[in-house]
Design a protein around this ligand. Structure first.
Ligand SMILES: Cc1cc2nc3c(=O)[nH]c(=O)nc-3n(C[C@H](O)[C@H](O)[C@H](O)COP(=O)(O)OP(=O)(O)OC[C@H]3O[C@@H](n4cnc5c(N)ncnc54)[C@H](O)[C@@H]3O)c2cc1C
Length: 627
């Protein structure tokens, strides 16, 4: 029997069970089917797509938050294109901030911000920025301090405070600074220096970065179209998709999942497999394990928190309401967080070109005041907020619907890392269970990283040994991709080999040679050592020159060099003069060397400071996108 048929036989013995038909679960099933492994996908909802579904309300389609498709993971990009072909559209982005009944471009444009805020306000912003640079608030342990120290307290309260508090539902002074720092990754000084130094293809990079920020891909009928197409493909090749099937219990024995108990339309039933992949929220997964894990693990799971989300979609009898894909609402006095205009994402999202469908997004907690309002109450509430903001003529609203989405955001609070550590340690003992996706790993993943974890989990089922927790959730990668040239990292070219590439490690290895060169170039000069060296060289030069001239002799010995006596008191072209000359030259050389090293260190310091600040500011430009 040859190796290929042996592998095929091994795969034929496998059967995977996947919890959740969101992007991660469906990607896992898709990849497994390509490898000839059958799978059963269990989904508690009646539709596929999870958080990336598209809701269809009387022909008006809307997302749970507009879903941009962007990635630097080539395998993900390939899959999207393979599945949707020409229905995968390139869209231009326009998104602005609405504040004080005015629009501000986002990412910011200086003149627009200046005009919008007025000269006095702009002056105050500049003054508070200067103050923050001269006397930053320490310790920098909370979100408000972290941001204020970088942008000044005034800009922080105008553009970051209200929106961030709306999203997370807690004061910024209670949000850990670590969270902000994680959101704004890419503050690596080394990367900043590399970018500044490797300027030769800078304009090309800038162009690519700009393009990536200003445009994105989008399925013609919304993200749900992608996931419905994947669901269709996998079921055609024999994969089982169980909708309306809620996981009730996960039975574990001998360090393996043995079966999953589900309840659906019909009676409770059991699903068996050899390998299990979960995308359901970790908190629930732990609560459903049977036998129950130790108390410490249950408590850790109970400490994981989520932020929930609801969309009120309004149909408006007007062809064009505003040109943006979405608007961030920073207006004080309203609860509204963001408005999507789905027609501007794709014209086919509305059945009638004479109408518009807006998605009004509210961040909330399951069971709070907003969440508990009835649908008609919420529609009225949303209309009133629109009216208050003077943004839309609400007499033209002719219909509306509401979608509530629990656990939209895994919360990164001060305790989540430790809770995850405890849970991961425990789950490490269940050998045939892998966690993937966003809530599946309690990671702030976009679709592509959710999919990537699923792809790697499938590779593991096929015999690889990837650490899925190492998949980088760098929210800034759509900018970084062009800068670092890392787009091949997840390209899977190396997967035929036995050694899996762990993305973070590869990045580190690739960077190390350049890093070393940069570290050398920017290392501080030792002032004393440099001064002594220059002084010695200068002293010896004069000393030796004097000796040579003495040995040469002549009518008048060393007439030119003897002019040094005008500057070095007591110097002459004699043996004694050589020693005096050495002393003076050493002293001047020493002073020059010290001053040179001092100035060089100072200028390098200023240069590095400027680069790192510039980088911080540029990564922060898109901060709100990552919230
Ligand atoms: C407001 C918002 C905006 C976003 N914008 C973008 C964007 O612009 N671009 C982007 O790429 N990503 C975006 N994302 C992120 C994206 O939605 C997620 O990364 C992606 O959906 C995660 O996929 P997943 O399969 O891991 O999880 P999910 O989409 O959460 O899917 C998990 C599935 O598991 C099911 N499930 C849960 N419990 C059970 C159970 N007990 N039994 C059976 N099934 C269960 C759920 O019903 C769900 O279908 C956004 C997310 C939100 C909330």
């Amino acid at each position: 029997m040859n190796r290929d048929s042996e592998t095929e036989d091994r795969n034929n013995d496998k059967k995977a069970v996947i919890i959740g038909a969101g992007p991660a679960g469906l990607t896992a099933a898709y990849e497994l089917s390509k490898a000839g492994i059958k799978s059963t996908v269990i989904e508690k909802d009646g539709v596929v797509g999870g958080l990336a579904r598209t809701v269809n309300y009387r022909g008006y389609r809307f997302d749970i938050g507009g879903h941009r498709f962007f990635t630097k993971v080539r395998a993900v990009e390939n899959m999207w294109r393979e599945v949707l072909g020409n229905d995968f559209l390139k869209r231009q982005r326009l998104s602005r901030i609405y504040y004080n009944k005015r629009f501000f471009y986002y990412p910011f444009r200086v003149t627009n911000a200046l005009f919008g805020l007025g000269v006095w306000n702009s002056f105050l912003i500049a003054a508070s920025y200067l103050k923050s640079q001269l006397s930053p608030e320490l310790p920098e342990d909370t979100f408000d301090r972290w941001v204020s120290n970088r942008f000044g307290s005034r800009l922080y309260s105008l553009f970051f405070k209200t929106y961030t508090e709306k999203v997370w539902g807690i004061p910024c002074s209670e949000i850990s600074a670590e969270w902000a720092a994680q959101r704004i990754k890419g503050l690596s000084l080394m990367q900043a220096l590399k970018n500044a130094l490797l300027k030769d293809n800078g304009s090309e990079k800038k162009e690519t970065i700009k393009t990536l920020i200003d445009s994105f891909d989008y399925p013609r009928l919304g993200p749900g179209m992608m996931w419905e197409a994947v669901a269709d493909k996998i079921t055609r090749v024999g994969c089982e998709l169980l909708l309306n099937s809620d996981v009730k219990k996960i039975h574990v024995g001998n360090g393996r999942v043995e079966r999953i108990e589900i309840s659906g339309n019909e009676a409770v039933e059991s699903v068996h497999g050899t390998d299990y992949i979960s995308t359901m929220p970790i908190r629930e997964l732990i609560q459903k394990l049977d036998p129950a894990p130790p108390e410490e693990v249950l408590e850790a799971a109970a400490r994981l928190n989520y932020r929930d989300f609801l969309t009120v979609s309004l149909v408006i009898d007007q062809p064009d309401v505003f040109p943006d894909n979405w608007i961030y609402i920073h207006e004080p006095g309203v609860k509204l967080g963001r408005i999507q205009n789905f027609k501007n994402w794709s014209g086919d999202m509305v059945p009638d070109p004479g109408k518009t469908c807006l998605g009004l997004e509210y961040f909330c907690f399951e069971g709070d005041g907003l969440w508990s309002m009835s649908d008609p109450e919420l529609i009225e509430f949303a209309k009133k907020e629109l009216e208050k903001m003077n943004l839309v003529n609400t007499s033209l609203v002719e219909d509306g619907s509401v979608v509530r989405m629990p656990k939209a955001y895994p919360v990164y609070d001060s305790g989540y890392r430790e809770s995850l550590r405890i849970i991961r340690e425990y789950l490490g003992g269940i050998r045939n269970l892998q966690l993937v996706g966003r809530n599946g790993m309690h990671k702030y993943n976009n679709q592509d990283h959710s999919m990537l974890t699923a792809m790697l989990a499938v590779k593991n089922i096929l015999g690889a040994d990837y650490d899925l927790w190492k998949v980088n959730a760098d929210q800034e990668y759509h900018e970084e991709a062009a800068e670092t040239g890392e787009e091949d990292l997840y390209g899977f070219q190396d997967l035929a080999g036995t050694q899996p590439i762990v993305p973070e490690l590869v990045a580190t290895q690739r960077a190390s040679a350049l890093d070393e060169a940069i570290i050398k170039a920017f290392a501080r000069m030792d002032k004393l050592a440099f001064a002594v060296s220059v002084g010695t060289v200068c002293g010896l030069a004069v000393f030796l020159a004097t000796l040579v001239l003495i040995l040469k002799g002549g009518h008048i010995v060393g007439p030119t060099l003897s002019l040094l006596g005008q500057y070095f008191a007591g110097y002459s072209v004699t043996l004694k003069g050589a020693v005096i000359g050495f002393g003076y030259s050493f002293l001047w050389g020493f002073l020059f060397g010290w001053l040179f090293a001092y100035l060089r260190n100072l200028l390098t310091g200023i240069y590095v400071f400027r680069i790192s600040k510039g980088r911080e500011l540029s990564t922060f430009k898109n901060f709100i996108d990552y919230i």
